[in-house]
Ligand binder design. Structure first.
Ligand SMILES: O=C(O)CCC(=O)C(=O)O
Ligand SMILES: [Fe+2]
Length: 355
């Protein structure tokens, strides 16, 4: 039988569902389809729009993942964001360390290698042991909305990282706009009316995460449980993931439990459903486990291989932090989960993942 793990964040006192991969589905199909989003954006009739919306919703019900092509974000924009991200991670540690991530409520700043271990576990002792034994081999830089009365982004000085702030704030806005369109397609695909989510996602409580996986001796990634990023599901509504051509992202087929590669498809964005949208939809939409493992290493001498550097950018989309997330209409009854405040949920999930 399928089991769901639930855990309690004592500080907050509410139950969180950690993943939705156990949902029985009418279909055992598992593919990550490439969906041409221009058909939705340029549709001449609502019937045409609905067709793409239904393709997206079907994929989110079955695998929880799609590749979005013709999404409207220019290649140049993505390349510039990757370039500026690379420049940032190349800064000396002393500079990056002054920008350290400090608080899950802020969720902004630099996270050095070993500080985060993504996992489905919510047990602090288990997470600490995993971090000790098999930390995620990655460093990240987290950006939140710039206009926030309480929390500030931790920008490097312009002299250290020219145009970094400008590039990332632009990219944040670009990703927000695309996410609104994808949420509209989901609303249409679920027969909720296209603008259903609009006023629930407008506050831009998102998290733009730059990721850098340094080159590493391949032998270090084959130890027990070791990965560039351990198996996990994402926390929010949707994730827009931009990946380079190195590879390593894998998605779990929930029926067979095997992981299949989400091979990079040029000019597409990997879009996946997070736990909060799965919960919102009463598990009609699927939040699927995924991980980043070592792609084929390069032989550097007779005995050793090195796994090349990987770069990616994830835009974690969230509802407004003051939104109440309770079972959507058209998503079956009874509701499996009590209503939850979006901000409490996301911050609760972050609080247990970081040191
Ligand atoms: O780097 C990647 O491709 C995936 C990262 C990821 O899944 C995450 O940060 O949640
Ligand atoms: Fe993820």
């Amino acid at each position: 039988m399928f089991t769901f793990r639930t855990f309690i964040v004592a500080r907050k006192g509410f139950a969180l569902r950690t993943f939705a991969t156990g949902v029985p589905s009418s279909s055992k199909a598992f593919t990550i389809p490439v969906i041409d989003f221009s058909k939705f954006k340029q549709a001449k009739s609502s019937a045409e729009k609905k067709q793409t919306a239904e393709e997206i919703v079907t994929a989110f019900k079955e695998s929880g993942f799609v590749y979005l092509s013709n999404h409207g974000i220019p290649r140049d924009t993505v390349q510039t964001a990757f370039h500026k991200s690379k420049e940032f991670f190349a800064l000396p540690s002393e500079i990056k360390d002054t920008l350290a991530w400090e608080d899950p409520r802020s969720n902004r700043g630099y996270v050095k290698i070993g500080r985060e271990r993504v996992t489905q576990s919510a047990d602090p002792a288990e997470i600490a042991a995993l971090k000790e034994k098999a930390p995620d081999y990655k460093e990240t830089y987290e950006i939140g909305r710039e206009y926030d009365s309480e929390w500030q982004n931790q920008w490097p000085r312009a002299s250290d990282a020219p145009l970094f702030k400008h590039t990332m704030l632009d990219f944040f806005q670009t990703c927000h706009n695309l996410h609104v369109d994808v949420m509209r397609s989901i609303a249409l695909g679920l027969d909720l009316g296209e603008s259903f989510f609009d006023d629930k996602i407008q506050d831009q409580c998102h998290n733009l995460r730059l990721l850098s996986y340094p080159p590493i001796k391949s032998s270090l990634l084959v130890n027990d449980g070791q990965a560039r990023a351990g198996a996990h599901s994402d926390y929010g509504t949707l994730t827009l993931l931009f990946q380079d051509s190195v590879g390593g992202l894998e998605v779990q087929n929930p029926h067979t439990k095997t992981f299949i590669p989400a091979t990079p498809v040029p000019d597409t964005i990997v879009v996946n459903v997070g736990d909060l949208l799965a919960r919102w939809s009463n598990d009609v939409l699927r939040s699927t486990l995924h991980r980043v493992v070592s792609p084929q290493g390069k032989q550097i001498n007779d005995a050793e291989k090195v796994t090349p550097q990987r770069q990616s950018i994830a835009f974690f989309c969230n509802p407004n932090f003051n939104a109440e997330v309770s079972c959507l209409p058209n998503c079956g009854s009874p509701a499996k989960y009590p209503p939850v405040n979006a901000g409490d949920y996301i911050i609760g999930r972050l609080a247990v993942t970081y040191d």
